[in-house]
Ligand binder design. Structure first.
Ligand code: BG6
Length: 510
């Protein structure tokens, strides 16, 4: 078993003032501060690190510190060491102001100059938009107008982290990119997709490109199809207002599922470096075939959960959830068949599905290889042989499993499916984390490999737009239902059955 202490320890990140807009919100308490704590505990924050919270609420720095301290006690992913927490909280200051008010940025300038006077943070600034998405562009534009985000050759760096959702359509994503790029260079913009913070997601690149074994067969000659599943047991809960206006497709596909798809489908980058990797990912997304309206309807299934039971938990029907319209046609489940029109993948469908209130939490990528061409074993027709599958388990199980066929010991030829499994927990002992640690550290060191570039985001929206449009035109017609706690709607099974294929089970992974 190898632990983090057995490995080369990275250097602390560059010092900076970490400015959080929306600092009084949930994201800061639940994720950012616990993640910063974990970085501090690993010695990865420099002595010159400072946090400046910005939010509308009138509050003293002491009150803000107390608020974060409480959050840390509740949401820390590991045991909190008092001295580390004390140090982290001693880095915190607070500024009250509305992100839409130019006056806030004048005050921010004064506060930054005060914090930077000692020279410890070296003038580096990381602006984090932990705000509702409508505030992303105004914040960037105000920072630009106030001269706070300007970078000079050889001078300190200024970077902006933008949370999701990045737009709600191709047009709005393009508009947001245009606004951000009017005041910042692409190298200064860090668009978060928290799926890239997951170790199992990062490992897809390593699996493919640090091994000679898989890449030669990673193509249309050997792969029959790919299934990507992001199944959740959580229901809409209290997020009705956001979710009913968004739906499963927009919420999950152009971002999280497409991160998985692009890592599986991309060509080898020339270097393990942000622009090489992101160019290949964007190209893969750009190669997704754009269906016409009829194809979009034929290759997609959308559905809403009815009342049901997940384990012992009774789940109310989606339409009866708080802040959801009783006649809502918003999908809580989506399944798609996508085709990638390039030399590697022509003729290899990628099936994607994601949904809420399903039987089990399971995120995985299953790569199904073509079967042996003939069965030379008596009494074992091809259909009776198990699949050759490589399953990359992203969460909550973390590992990789190869499924193949083997002979049952004995005089008769009896063949059964067996599997070889790698599980992270057998090899690595990792301290539980929020998933934001690497992302924040990378931004502070200027490595954008785990962040989305403008072209990648736009290519993602371009690929889902035909489905959104076709559904809008079809209206309520065509929205299926499924029981909460089930595997999703029957129509999703038909989507694959029509191609002679079947989904793996969400409940038991078989
Ligand atoms: C978020 C979505 O981006 O990702 C949520 O808005 C979803 O609806 C969540 O539940 C899933 O993230 P994870 O890490 O739990 O798979």
């Amino acid at each position: 078993m190898s632990t983090s202490s057995d490995h080369v320890k990275p250097d602390p990140a560059d010092p900076c003032v970490f400015v959080i807009f929306g600092a009084s919100g949930d994201l800061t308490r639940r994720l950012l501060v616990p993640a910063l704590y974990n970085l501090a505990a690993e010695g990865l924050l420099s002595d010159g690190f400072r946090i400046l919270g910005v939010a509308r609420a009138e509050m003293s720095a002491d009150a803000f510190r107390a608020h974060l301290e409480k959050g840390l006690a509740e949401f820390a992913t590991q045991k909190v060491d008092a001295a580390t927490a004390k140090w982290l909280l001693s880095c915190v200051s607070y500024l009250s102001g509305d992100v839409d008010d130019p006056e806030t940025y004048a005050k921010l300038k004064t506060e930054l100059e005060r914090l930077e006077a000692s020279g410890l943070s070296q003038g580096n600034r990381l602006f984090y938009c932990a705000t509702p998405p409508q505030a992303f562009a105004p914040i960037a534009l105000h920072l630009g107008a106030a001269g706070l985000s300007e970078e000079r050759e050889g001078g300190p760096w200024r970077r902006l982290i933008v949370e999701k959702p990045f737009g709600t359509s191709l047009e709005s994503a393009r508009a947001l990119n245009r606004e951000l790029l009017s005041v910042l260079d692409e190298e200064q913009i860090f668009r978060i997709d928290h799926y890239l913070g997951k170790e199992t997601v990062q490992n897809i690149l390593i699996l493919r490109f640090a091994n000679g074994l898989f890449e030669p067969i990673w193509n249309r000659n050997h792969i029959d199809h790919v299934q990507i599943t992001v199944a959740e047991t959580v229901d809409v809960g209290t997020r009705g207002k956001f979710y009913d206006a968004t739906g499963a497709l927009r919420d999950m596909v152009p971002n999280h599922l497409f991160q998985l798809l692009s890592l599986v489908a991309m060509e080898p980058p020339v270097r393990f470096e942000a622009n090489s990797v992101r160019s290949q990912k964007a190209e893969a997304l750009d190669s997704i075939r754009i269906p016409n309206a009829e194809e979009a309807l034929r290759n997609s299934v959308r559905a809403q959960y009815r009342q049901g039971k997940i384990g012992d938990r009774e789940v109310t029907a989606y339409r009866k959830s708080p802040d959801v319209s009783p006649g809502s046609t918003t999908e809580t489940f989506v399944a798609l068949r996508l085709d990638i029109d390039n030399w590697r993948w022509a003729g290899v469908p990628f099936y994607l599905r994601t949904g809420k209130a399903l039987a089990k939490r399971r995120t995985e990528i299953a790569v199904k290889f073509k079967q042996a061409p003939v069965s030379m074993f008596r009494n074992m027709p091809m259909e009776a042989l198990g699949d050759n599958l490589l399953v990359i388990a992203i969460q909550p199980e973390e590992g990789i499993k190869l499924h193949f066929n083997a002979k049952v010991p004995g005089p008769e030829i009896e063949i059964v499916p067996v599997g070889m499994t790698f599980e992270y927990k057998d090899y690595f002992e990792a301290a539980p984390a929020t998933g934001y640690e690497t992302l924040i550290y990378d931004c502070m060191t200027g490595d954008a490999i785990l962040y989305q570039r403008a072209d990648g985001v736009e290519a993602g929206w371009r690929a889902v737009e035909p489905f959104i449009k076709a559904w809008r035109e079809a209206g309520a017609k065509g929205i299926e239902t499924y029981d909460a706690g089930s595997e999703g709607p029957a129509k999703a099974d038909e989507l694959l059955a029509g191609d002679g294929r079947a989904w793996r089970s969400i409940a038991d992974g078989g």
